[in-house]
Write a protein that binds this ligand. Structure first.
Ligand SMILES: [Zn+2]
Length: 212
């Protein structure tokens, strides 16, 4: 099986799992992967992640031109902006999952990092999570805003919208996304209680042991 055929299958398989786990609903959310030749596979516009077919997956150039498959997601332009600034990124997961979107709708005192480092796995897989200003769906200015933060951040949260998470492979990006959603859930469960996030020394130790 060719690299492209394998990656098309991976996108369909993970899309179905994310839908079954109720991290994706309706036609919201999109997945993408970078091929070795510098082109990209993206989930199609108005598609449900639970019912994707490999031949439907859109193949686009780095400039976003459709090369094969159905027309790509209207959000694919911010995936491409993130890949451009993160040359090691091989996959991106963007969903509208409930707890992460709830965090994106709060007022935040520090938009540089909007979830506390509650667990080591959050620090390892997600890292600092900056909030990107709100833009209307399809506004291309969002690509510039994402690009601005992508060099220093593998994950970010779009205000009143949802997270974008990148990693070297699609399974790693899914695991990081799920970790982010679980931390968001913990954040609301803990609520107003006095919490004890990991301190700077503990975070530095994790960053040294597991560089991103
Ligand atoms: Zn979205």
């Amino acid at each position: 099986m060719s690299e492209e055929a394998r990656l098309r299958d991976d996108i369909c398989r993970w899309g179905s799992i994310l839908y079954q786990r109720q991290l994706a609903h309706g036609s919201a959310g999109n997945l993408s992967m970078r091929l070795r030749d510098g082109t990209f596979l993206v989930t199609p516009t108005n598609s449900c992640l639970g019912f994707l077919k490999p031949e439907q997956i859109s193949k686009v150039s780095a400039a976003g031109e459709l090369l094969d498959g159905d027309p790509p997601s209207k959000e694919s332009f911010f995936h491409l902006a993130m890949y451009e600034k993160r040359p090691k990124a091989g996959a991106i997961v963007h969903l509208h999952s409930t707890y992460a979107v709830a965090v994106s709708c709060l007022c935040h005192a520090s938009p540089e990092n909007v979830l506390p480092p509650l667990t080591a796995y959050h620090v390892m897989r997600v890292g600092k999570l900056p909030l990107v200003d709100y833009y209307r769906p399809g506004d291309k200015a969002l690509a510039a805003a994402v690009g601005l933060r992508a060099q220093d951040h593998r994950s970010m949260l779009l205000a009143n919208h949802g997270p974008i998470v990148s990693a070297e492979s699609l399974d790693q990006a899914v695991f990081a996304y799920e970790e982010l959603e679980e931390t968001a859930k913990l954040f609301f469960i803990l609520g107003e209680r006095k919490t004890r996030p990991l301190n700077a020394a503990a975070i530095a130790e994790i960053d040294a042991a597991f560089p991103s």
